[in-house]
Design a protein around this ligand. Sequence first.
Ligand code: UGA
Length: 467
Amino acid sequence: MQIAVVGSGYVGLVTGACFADLGHDVILVDNDQNKLNALRKGEVPIHERFLPELLDKHRGKRIKFSEDLQAATRASEVIFIAVGTPATESGDADMSYVESVAREISGAVDSYKVVVEKSTVPVYTNQWIQTIIRRNGAHPEQFDIVSNPEFLREGTGVTDFLYPDRIVVGVETERSAEVMKNVYGPLTGGWYYGRSDAVPRPDRAQTPPRLIITSAKSAELIKHASNAFLAMKISFINAVASICETVGANVQQVCEGIGTDSRIGPRFLNPGIGYGGSCFPKDLLAFRSVAKESGYDFRLLEEVIRINEEQRHRFLRKVRSVLWTLRGKRLGVLGLAFKGGTDDIRESPALLLVEELSREGCKVCVYDPAAMERAKEALGNGVEFATDAYQAAKGADAVLILTEWEEFANLDLQHLRSVVKYPIILDGRNLYDPAIMTEHGFSYYSVGRPAALCEETAVRATKKERA
Ligand code: UGA
């Protein structure tokens, strides 16, 4: 099929590259000339596993780049809108990019088109797109609007797309449902999974996925409700972790105990310094706003947001309780991205903590495997930037683990111990078994688990330092 994908951010790029791998012909449309030129030259603007390989494989063949939305619309049967919907001051999603894309599409509807909203949007967006396209001249019989929310996680977007738990398609007509079945046919029919050059299947994947057809409004709500539920799971376990800390229980054991109930499940129950990213914080505000407009006061969401913010403050208090005063203390910070596997620092609790610690007068030296470039822009000269974890930890009063990178879960602890000033680790992501840390001579503070203090060297200068 000929498909246009409008917007080449995280969602648009992954969607376009994956559709090409499914065998469709894709035009990726963006109004940012520089971005398009970079993509044409083979540059990949985001850190996303398998994306460079897919773009290399299909660039100039099944994937073309264009700034001409109207030409792309005329050439395509299906047009996916994957432009940004940033939050406004009040928490509503700013729909002006979606509206202007809809307006432009309208002038190019010369045969039947299916216009698909892929961006995360509030309920009723599908009706608004319909209205805008009609208002600008397209005949109602010549197009349908479909809501097809994405459930891609950054970092694993490509495998999430190709091996999804489910595909949700919200339609109002049979005709558009048939088109969407064809778009996703290679996945739902299992054909893609039999191919020798398919992107490798992750362990969790059940194939082929189910196609869930709903009304457009239900699909719009499914997206917001999914993200709100996942965020609620994280805030729930973070609240439980706080109670564990006060009563001396171990949240890891609690997670195992509750996560083995198949109704609850073990995934997304990792406590930490709170969720971040471009999705959960924004979507929770938008969903709360949607609920309010519909006359429902969704206070549960406010509590989810409050617990999430509190989690970061709790961690800061923990740093203070371990180090006493903060002014002038040297901290080695491991992790800046909002989670492992991505270079995205939007709404990153790690970055917010670094800013807060700097404001408190700490000398912070940071390292992240992928987010350094972006963090340099955001943090400026306020902190030092290291080239690896050990350099960040060099001479540190304490090492803070703030992002769940695999690399940080596999540190050479002996080496780390030899470079720090005091063997103290505060782990905001629970990456280690506390016993392993004490074996290596570290005092180790994590989230929702008893502190593991190292008798010999706890909070004392090393021999070299004392000398
Ligand atoms: C999230 C959803 O998981 C996707 O399904 C959705 O498509 C996407 O938002 C979106 O709306 O576009 P993403 O923001 O990439 O994906 O990241 P997640 O993997 O969901 O993690 C979100 C945050 O929660 C991260 O800061 C992570 O560190 C934190 N987290 C996650 C926890 O603190 N504990 C957990 O158990 C899981």
